[in-house]
Ligand binder design. Structure first.
Ligand SMILES: [Zn+2]
Ligand SMILES: [Zn+2]
Length: 420
């Protein structure tokens, strides 16, 4: 039995966030990736939504008399994929970076923040909030450029998948010098020219987290989900719901049935698409494109090609392997329109993120690899439709095994995916 060593990121914890139940006001602590909040006191469940990104602040230990200055940092936690040279590269990153180019302030949050409890910023929060002037796209381009330096050339394509993006505001104050208000210590030894800081644009903290009721829009029943679920299920009327900005949207789903009592269902996005630049419409085309050692049977040209992508976060290497193996096998088994009664894994990777991974998925199986370098640039994939499909994996001592694929995942890796 081989054990994978834990990466630095997986052994780190999520940020913890202190907040209050919107219903009864009881104090609560949640994890950064939590979306479904169930109050221990009043038992009311609600789903958290931000209009764009979640904004948090670090706690201050500065003397109460100091006027706080909140400086924004972009936080990016997720997978970077690239098609480079003859391979597909991947990396998990967890980084923060200044959202304003201001040399007086530390360029990132550093590691200290991992141990602190954050709070949501509300319109009532006091202090001066500096306005982010560096776009996230600009910062992400930085990550790509740094990642590219480590990759074989040519670099053909990039994707950022399954990322958690937030703005974290760190408190500072000025007393001749610039002070870090988290640690209550000066940042630089030299006296500061405060006019530079005074000129930075600021804004009112007008952001508020929305708490949405989790009742089934169809039948009024209480929806089910894990704390980090992006899809909520109604066991009463057998429906699945995806929170969007203006409420809950129903989604199509299916299950590949299994008689095995040790089955655990893992969720996948099954995606129909228009692909330009390569002939890939049917299972017969796939056999050609991926050079699968099978003789094309009659009828295969009528079986539509679908992409399969895990609907849950998992370390990048396994994410890639699962996407590729599921897509190559095209699982043609009949699906039932049922929700799994057995244990099932929550949906923690959105359909939007899954769609971003399609080109990487395709690049992972085009053969010969030299052909990929020639044609990848001209390939365009437009998703047309999707469904959520629960696929059974059979639990064994250390692994979950998908019998049709003969694919095994270490149970430990699934358990650790909570931190991604
Ligand atoms: Zn409550
Ligand atoms: Zn219902």
């Amino acid at each position: 039995m081989l054990w994978d060593t834990l990466t630095k990121t997986e052994t780190r914890i999520n940020f913890l966030i202190e907040h209050q139940c919107p219903q009864c006001g009881a104090p609560a602590i949640m994890e950064e990736t939590d979306r479904l909040f169930a109050c221990k006191f009043c038992r009311v469940k609600s789903y958290l939504e931000a209009s764009d990104v979640f904004r948090y602040m670090l706690p201050s230990t500065a003397p109460a008399s100091k006027e706080l200055l909140y400086f924004p940092y972009w936080r990016f936690k997720g997978m970077l994929f690239s098609c480079a040279g003859n391979g597909v590269g991947h990396k998990f990153i967890d980084v923060s970076h200044q959202a304003i180019a201001a040399p007086a302030f530390p360029v990132s949050l550093g590691l200290r923040s991992q141990a602190l409890k954050l709070k949501f910023i509300t319109p009532e929060t006091e202090g001066r909030f500096l306005e982010p002037t560096q776009s996230l796209a600009r910062i992400e381009q930085n990550f790509d450029e740094r990642f590219d330096k480590t990759l074989p050339k040519p670099v053909l394509h990039h994707a950022h998948i399954g990322e958690t993006i937030s703005l974290i505001y760190a408190p500072y104050y000025v007393k001749n010098r610039l002070y870090d208000a988290v640690l209550n210590t000066p940042i630089a030894a030299a006296a500061l020219d405060t006019s530079e800081i005074d000129q930075l644009p600021d804004e009112k903290p007008h952001w508020r987290i929305r708490f949405m009721a989790t009742l089934c829009p169809n039948c009024g029943w209480d929806l089910d989900g894990e704390r980090d679920s992006l899809v909520l299920l109604c066991k009463n009327c057998t429906s699945a719901w995806y929170p969007v900005v203006k409420g809950l949207k129903q989604i199509k789903f299916g299950k590949q049935p299994s008689e095995d009592k040790n089955a655990i269902y893992l969720p996948f996005w099954c995606i129909k698409s228009n692909i330009k630049g390569i002939e890939l419409q049917s299972y017969a085309d796939l056999v050609q494109v991926a050079n699968i050692p099978k003789v094309v049977q009659s009828g295969w040209e009528k079986m539509d090609f679908r992409f399969w992508v895990p609907a849950f976060k998992i370390r990048p290497k396994i994410f890639m392997q699962l996407s590729k193996n599921m897509t190559l096998s095209q699982l043609h088994n009949e699906l039932t329109e049922e929700l799994p009664k057995n244990r099932h894994h929550p949906i923690t990777l959105s359909i939007t993120e899954a769609i971003e991974s399609l080109k990487i998925n395709l690049a992972s199986f085009i053969k010969p690899k030299t052909r990929r370098t020639e044609i990848l640039h001209g390939i365009d994939i437009q998703a047309k439709g999707f469904a959520l499909v629960y696929v059974p994996f059979i639990e064994q001592h250390h692994e979950l095994i998908q019998p049709d694929l003969q694919f095994a995942i270490n149970k430990n890796i699934i358990a650790l995916s909570d931190n991604l």
